[in-house]
Structures are given as structure tokens and as C-alpha cells.
Design a protein around this ligand. Structure first.
Ligand code: PGA
Length: 246
């Protein structure tokens, strides 16, 4: 399957930074197809701007979160239909920063993913253990509970991507050993196959301190079908380096 490399800009970039970044990536992509799909998830307020700039390029647009409801009295909320209307094809749900900072539960994440699917968006559902979980040898049971609780009925390989992001690896410069990544991705694949008819076709991304130096090795691990990249998605050199390391 064709890998997906997704850049999660988080709460970074003003309009000028985002435009410069995306123009640089378009230039690189025009000269070479690196053999993966490339997705950018800028802040909500930049979606229109970035969407306009990438309109004629193969680069894809996504958002970092959505509300579970379609519309209504939810001050500050952004709904899945709004994202679709703004040109997004993807939305990240259940990122560990949302789970930790906004108390998002597996059930809420599944509702957001359902709203995404109902509005023609591909959900990128994130799971991952904390260091406490890992040290207690609970990694597989934690990601299993998150996966089964966060991926809604009706999910399939076309409308859902899974991202495994160990919380302790995000933004820390630490990455799991290859064998640890492989163990979790194999477990997620088994769960997907046991629960969804096309479970062998879901893309399972790795995220957490991925950079152009470690991406080649991580992306060659079985059942790693791409990456979800935070810090290293904020410069053309680093992000393109990851895209071309397959
Ligand atoms: P990082 O973030 O690449 O900066 O570790 C990844 C993520 O949170 O998606």
C-alpha cells in the first residue's frame, strides 16, 4: 500500500510561515514523486490559505481535530462539515495532546471519527501509551483498549487511518526500538483484521520524534505504513527528508 506521510503542525505557524513552508514543499514535490501520499494538517485558521496554495498540487489537506456535532451552540467548535467545506480530506482525532489536555475519552474520539466519516473525511485515529504504561508492561493492552474504543463501527480502510504515537516519544527526541514499534504495529494489525473486513488494508502510521535521520529505518518496519510528524514537519528540509526516505 502507498505510505502516507502526514505533517501535524500543531499550534505553530502564522500565515507567512505556513505559506513559505507549503510553497517549498510544492517545489520539491513538483520535481519528484517520493512514492508516498503527503498530507498537511495546519491550524484551522490557515486551512483556507494552505488549501488554496496546494490546490493544483498532489499534496493533501487535513485538520487537527473536529467537533462531534455537525453544528449548533458550541462556541469555538469546528465541525466535520466545516472541514469538508474548507477543502479538507482528513482529520486527526484522539491525538494524545487532545486526550490529555482536553480530557478526550475513547468514546468521544469515536464520535469525532464517526462525524468525520459522515462528512467524507478520513479520520486519523491516534493511540499510544504513556511511559508509565510502558514501564508497567501495559503497552499492548492500553493501545488495544484505545483502538477498540476509538474506532467507530462503519470504519474501513478507506475512511480510517490509525496512528501509533507513544506519548513519551512525542516531541522528546526519544523513539522506541524498532522491535518495540514492530510489536505494537503487529498487534494493531491483528486487532484490525479481527474487527474489520478489510483490516489488512488500513494504513498504520508511526508518530513520535520521527525525523529525516530515523525515518528510513522506521518506515521499513513491517506494518508501518507511514508517519505522523510533528516538529520535523515544520521545515521543508526535514519534512521532505522524511518523505524521501522511504
Ligand atoms: P513529534 O510529534 O514528531 O514532534 O514528536 C508527533 C505528533 O505529535 O504527531
Amino acid at each position: 500500500m502507498r505510505p502516507l506521510i502526514a505533517g501535524n503542525w500543531k499550534m505553530n505557524t502564522l500565515r507567512a510561515d505556513g505559506s513559505a513552508l507549503v510553497v517549498g514543499l510544492i517545489e520539491q514535490r513538483a520535481g519528484e514523486d517520493p512514492g508516498c501520499d503527503i498530507l498537511l494538517c495546519p491550524p484551522f485558521v490557515s486551512l483556507g490559505l494552505i488549501g488554496d496554495i496546494i490546490a493544483e498540487s498532489p499534496i493533501l489537506l487535513g485538520a487537527q481535530d473536529c467537533h462531534k456535532e455537525e453544528s449548533g451552540a458550541y462556541t469555538g467548535g469546528i465541525s466535520a462539515p466545516m472541514l469538508s467545506d474548507a477543502g479538507c480530506g482528513f482529520v486527526i482525532v484522539g491525538h494524545s495532546e487532545r486526550r490529555a489536555q482536553y480530557n478526550e475519552t475513547d468514546f468521544l474520539v469515536s464520535e469525532k471519527a464517526r462525524a468525520a466519516h459522515e462528512n467524507a473525511l478520513v479520520s486519523i485515529v491516534c493511540v499510544g501509551e504513556t511511559l508509565v504504561d510502558r514501564d508497567a508492561d501495559n503497552t499492548l493492552s492500553v493501545v488495544e483498549e484505545q483502538l477498540l474504543g476509538s474506532v467507530p463501527k462503519g470504519a474501513n480502510a478507506k475512511n480510517t487511518v490509525i496512528a501509533y504515537e507513544p506519548v513519551w516519544a512525542i516531541g522528546t527526541g526519544k523513539t522506541p526500538k524498532n522491535i518495540q514499534i514492530r510489536e505494537v504495529h503487529d498487534h494493531l494489525r491483528m486487532l484490525l483484521e479481527n474487527n474489520f473486513a478489510d483490516g489488512n488494508e488500513f494504513r498504520i502510521l508511526y508518530g513520535g520524534s520521527m525525523n529525516s535521520a530515523n525515518a528510513g529505518e522506521i518506515l521499513s518496519i513491517k506494518n508501518v505504513n507511514g508517519g505522523l510528524v510533528g516538529g520535523a514537519s515544520l521545515t521543508v528540509k526535514d519534512f521532505w527528508g522524511i518523505c524521501t526516505s522511504l
